[in-house]
Design a protein around this ligand. Structure first.
Ligand code: HEM
Length: 556
């Protein structure tokens, strides 16, 4: 587009040139006509001038017609070109080149589809302000899913005017070269994901962005990995199913699973450690310092687990089995795979909607989220939604995996690492009701408009419960304001799997310079959140669902 614009500019110059010739000719002619009438100059001179004007006009006509032809071609070319499509005459850059341009001194590059853009000179005039910097060195696409105002020819035109190159699509699954590093083959992640740890990769979005959209774009969905990401191939993938006591196991290839009747659900997945940072403020815990964005909502398409188990030979009324164990394709240095299990009743419950999902938001599940198959256990902690699923075992026992037995369990605030006995607590399955204030974020400055501030966040409850109310206060609970639901899924409990996005305008004291906002949600079983983090603190920092409290400054 830059080149097209350049050529349009040239054409424009040509046009102006022609106009100049014409004007000049006409001007000359007028001038000479004036002279002719007033000074009666010779016919020869007039003839020459007329001839000049005609020749000038012809040249002008030629250039105008030529420029019309060129611009028509160019316009046609431009119209045919999708924004972000590959442009033969521009250089190709790989992802490393692009991510190295993420600061003003190195210039700020972004990508859109196959286009690479240097947007440094646009940043200060961007109508959306500094937010644009979130895409620095990375793709703008996931943000534009959040802010669909950008799906507009006027925006594409601006973007294309900053075009500098093409993205090397073959390198999108950029690999680091150090083969001795178990993390040498990690997928490329979006810069907007803020890592809580890099190896294994665990990251979440800034909370203000999280709630811009009911469905979280795949690239911005929080990532919770325990081990290096396996690189499974669709063509060679096989899922093994073992029913204990039955000698013969059954295998399904990806295409076999895709042939079975499919189902799509909208479900929120949350890490047990979401909002752990609130617990850490009270007392240190062992665990990643997650903020309130270790949660996301997507549509998941796949085949119901119960159908696959039944087609593998499991009898629905066979009550000797109690659990369904899952094993991922991610292994530790000893070769031990990530694993977890769920109770069999949930796996077989038609209303449980447990899926062997192969699509996330309508596309194959990205590597970071479990390609090619992730078991989606809606309403249940993320840790049981095993990614890169390679094996299912129907058993009378829970998974013996570390993550089922010695992690993801809750304890009393008085239990410490000397007294903890992991065998005494059940593995977390359904998650309790939670809410979070995402906008404004902690420590930010909020504009007071008509004596009110706008507060926005999410609320969700595990086990298929629906959120029925969110209460928000800015005066320590003296007065509560009921939030409006900006987006809530129509599904009824106990199959209400997705979060609710809420918003509320709250009056603030005319004199206050800052306030502490509190939010709490109530679900369809009238479960609500505990008031203080102190009384639910636990040594692993899981299930941190106390009232969410955010301190902000006020600007008038
Ligand atoms: C780099 C390419 C980008 C371009 C060319 C661009 C361009 C624009 C334009 C022209 C508008 C005004 C649209 C209108 O009112 O019709 C706009 C608004 C906005 N943009 Fe961008 N933008 C870019 C990237 C981003 C990114 C990466 C984000 C967020 C992370 C973002 C967030 C916003 C927001 C929040 C608004 C204001 C929306 C509103 O007022 O409702 N933009 N942008």
């Amino acid at each position: 587009m830059y080149r097209i614009l350049q050529r349009f500019t040239t054409i424009e110059i040509k046009r102006r040139g022609v106009q100049a010739i014409q004007c000049c000719g006409l001007h000359e002619l007028n001038k000479e006509q004036h002279n002719f009438s007033n000074e009666n100059k010779s016919f020869k001179r007039t003839r020459n001038i007329l001839l000049g004007a005609v020749v000038g006009g012809c040249i002008g006509y030629y250039f105008i017609e030529k420029s019309k032809l060129v611009s028509a071609e160019e316009i046609k070319k431009y119209n045919n070109d999708e924004p972000g499509s590959f442009k033969e005459d521009l250089p190709v850059y790989n992802l490393e080149d692009i991510s190295s341009h993420a600061t003003r001194d190195k210039r700020i590059w972004v990508t859109y589809k196959e286009g690479v853009y240097d947007i440094t000179n646009f940043i200060d005039t961007h109508p959306g302000g500094d937010q644009i910097l979130l895409a620095a060195g990375s793709s703008v696409e996931p943000f534009w899913l959040l802010y669909s105002i950008h799906e507009n020819p006027h925006v594409y035109k601006i973007l294309e005017s900053y075009r500098i190159g093409n993205l090397n699509k073959d390198e999108c699954n950029n690999l680091t070269k150090d083969m001795t590093d178990p993390y040498f083959n990690e997928p490329k992640r979006h810069n907007a994901l803020k890592p809580a740890s890099k190896k294994p990769f665990n990251a979440e979005l800034p909370p203000e962005l999280l709630i811009q959209s009911f469905i979280t774009p795949n690239e911005l969905f929080y990532v919770r990995n325990h081990l290096p990401v396996p690189d499974l191939k669709a063509e060679t993938y096989e899922l093994e199913i073992e029913i204990e006591g039955v000698k013969k196991t059954k295998s399904f290839r990806l295409e076999d699973l895709k042939k079975l009747p499919k189902k799509t659900i909208t479900a929120t997945i949350m890490c047990a450690g979401n909002r752990r940072s609130d617990m850490i403020k009270h007392k240190p815990v062992k665990g990643l310092n997650w903020g309130p964005a270790a949660i996301g909502t997507a549509t998941w398409t796949g085949v119901p687990l119960r159908d696959v188990l039944i087609s593998a030979g499991l009898k629905e009324d066979d009550d000797k089995f109690k659990h369904v164990q899952f094993e991922g394709g991610d292994s530790d240095v000893t070769g031990k795979m990530y694993g977890a299990s769920i109770p069999i009743w949930r796996a077989l419950d038609k209303r449980g909607d447990v899926l062997l999902a192969y699509e996330m938001n309508g596309v194959p599940i990205p590597r970071d989220h479990g390609f090619p198959i992730r078991v989606i256990v809606p309403g249940v902690v993320g840790a049981r939604n095993v990614k890169w699923l390679e094996k299912i075992t129907v058993s009378d026992k829970e998974s013996d995996s570390h993550w089922q037995q010695n992690d993801y369990k809750g304890f009393s605030p008085s239990t410490d690492w000397d007294t903890v006995d992991f065998t005494k607590s059940p593995a977390i399955q359904e998650l309790p009701v939670i809410s979070a204030i995402c906008q404004p974020s902690e420590g930010s400055t909020v504009k007071v408009e008509q004596d009110k501030i706008t507060v926005k966040g999410y609320a969700w409850s595990g086990g298929g419960h629906k959120i029925v109310r969110v209460d928000v206060t800015v005066d320590g609970g003296k007065s509560w304001h009921v939030a409006n639901f900006e987006h809530q899924d129509a599904a009824l409990p106990p199959q209400h799997w997705a979060w609710t996005i809420w918003t509320v305008k709250i009056p603030v004291d005319k004199k206050s310079k800052n306030v502490e906002i509190w939010a709490k949600a109530v679900d369809s079983s009238y479960n609500t959140q505990p008031e203080s983090v102190e009384n639910i603190w636990n040594l692993r920092g899981v299930l941190s669902n106390a009232y969410h409290k955010v301190k902000v400054n006020l600007k008038r």
